[in-house]
Design a protein around this ligand. Structure first.
Ligand code: F0G
Length: 454
């Protein structure tokens, strides 16, 4: 059959609250035109993030009841550890309450002044955690990765030439290299196995560890299976294991491909760093067998990790994201091609050329989508990345709006509704106006900035 269906049926539902355009105009004005300030029950289709928004399975909910809440040595921790190790065979698995807590611990150990951390593209929390230690977060994405129109299948690849130069010139300042799979801030594009392998070889030659920011590892593995020569007949499990065989450690937000609502971990092989990490963990997260999590959360992650490598699940997941991408492309909406795994990234700068980057075309589009249909999306552009460490501002490389698809939450008719809203917004695009920021914090400003309409 050609129709790819959601490979699940629904046992429990959450009702949505319908709102009118007039209500939404008032609500978004009162939220200072920042979608993060909206109450989520005023949102109809929430595409703000795919993080922590997953619908857990009946097996995971059953697992929750098996959670053992002992302070130390809980069997839930050991089940969690084995489930992680089944995919990612690192020596030390250190649970944290979410991905950024793992980043904070890692960079507290390895960051510092004069340190450089290369990555294909740092996610915003990763960049902030690197920079908070005084270190420099260096993005080394390939030219194809920055070209929204390029249909290169692996636009998440790290630029190997640039990485080589960096290691040759500044190797003594680089305590680790990171690669983010899939490359979220680079529009959810995958990284090829060949690229990970080659980066690992370069790192090894310089004695530098390679860490993966692996939030969406299963989606990345699916792209490798579908698009990289030599992997069509390998199972996802084999591909995932090969990916991690090249790495010395990882940070993870289980809120994505852990298929849970909260959780993460830091995993690594180095004995001394692991000891330091556990000491920091005790200070900020908790005892090493629970990190920042309850025993029941650890059970849910263990089961989520089994479910996320299921190939029927991944086929549905990636196909439903590309269904949205292809429909938008067909109506003329410029999106980053090809569609990524967890999200579609609309090129707001190209769609709204009359709004200059410093008037935030991405914010203009995101706000209009909310007004039009109660859809909440996320600007990933000059609002998120425009502020420089010295407080000045410049346009980000791109002005995108991310439509992130929560896992196992929305059906095809929800997505058809999103497509219909886009049709209306696209038709009236020339009337949209930009914004000015009237309040911003010094870091991660997109979460709490306040805007006024120009
Ligand atoms: N790394 C990447 C690539 C991410 O996408 C995220 C989170 C993190 C690290 C941090 O993980 O949220 O558990 O602390 N991304 C979410 C998003 C917030 O919406 O893309 P966290």
């Amino acid at each position: 059959m050609k129709t790819i269906i959601e490979p699940f049926r629904i046992k429990s539902v959450e009702m949505l609250r319908m709102t009118t355009r007039d209500e939404r105009e008032k609500l978004i004005r009162e939220a200072y035109y920042n979608l993060f300030y909206l109450h989520s029950d005023d949102v109809l289709i929430d595409l703000l993030t795919d993080s922590g928004t997953t619908a857990m399975s009946n097996r995971q909910w059953a697992g929750i009841m098996l959670g053992d809440e002992s302070y130390a040595g809980s069997p839930s921790y050991f089940r969690f550890k084995e489930a992680v190790r089944n995919l990612m065979p690192f020596k030390h698995i250190i649970p944290t309450h979410q991905g950024r807590a793992a980043e904070k611990i890692l960079f507290s150990i390895l960051g510092g002044k004069d340190v450089i951390v290369p990555n294909n593209t740092h996610f915003d929390t990763t960049r902030a955690n690197v920079e908070a230690t005084g270190a420099r977060a260096l993005d080394l994405i390939t030219a194809a990765g920055l070209d929204p129109a390029s249909t290169d299948p692996f636009k998440g690849n790290i630029d190997l030439e640039a990485l080589k130069d960096c290691l040759e010139k500044d190797g003594d300042k680089v305590p680790l290299v990171m690669i983010t799979i899939t490359n979220n801030s680079g529009s959810g594009q995958p990284v090829s196995m060949a690229n990970i392998r080659a980066a690992a070889k370069l790192c090894k030659a310089h004695g530098t560890p390679l860490f993966l920011d692996a939030c969406r590892f299963a989606e990345n593995a699916w792209f490798i299976k579908k698009k990289e020569e030599g992997y069509q007949n390998k199972s996802i499990l084999e591909i995932v294991r090969e990916i991690f065989s090249y790495a010395d450690g990882m940070t993870m937000s289980a809120k994505k491909d852990g298929l849970v609502n909260m959780g993460g971990w830091l995993a690594l092989n180095d004995e001394a760093w692991a000891m330091e990490a556990r000491n920091l963990l005790i200070l900020t997260e908790g005892f090493p067998t629970y990190g920042g999590l309850a025993g029941r959360d650890l059970e849910a992650i263990a089961i989520g990790l089994e479910e996320v490598v299921n190939e029927d699940y991944l086929e549905y997941r990636i196909t439903s994201t590309s269904y949205l991408g292809k429909s938008l492309t067909k109506m003329g909406v410029p999106i980053v091609q090809p569609p990524g795994g967890h999200a579609i990234y609309v090129d707001a700068r190209a769609m709204l050329p009359h709004i200059p980057p410093l008037e935030y075309p991405g914010q203009a589009l995101a706000v209009e989508l909310y007004k039009m249909g109660g859809i909440r999306a996320c600007e990933i552009g000059t609002v998120m990345f425009g502020r420089q460490t010295d407080g000045s501002e410049k346009p980000a490389a791109q002005d995108l709006v991310r439509l992130a698809i929560p896992r196992r939450v929305y059906t095809q008719s929800h997505i058809d509704y999103v497509i219909e809203c886009f049709k209306e917004v696209y038709t009236g695009r020339e009337k949209l106006k930009g914004f000015r920021i009237i309040y911003e914090p010094p870091m991660l400003r997109h979460f709490t900035a306040k805007f006024t309409l120009l």
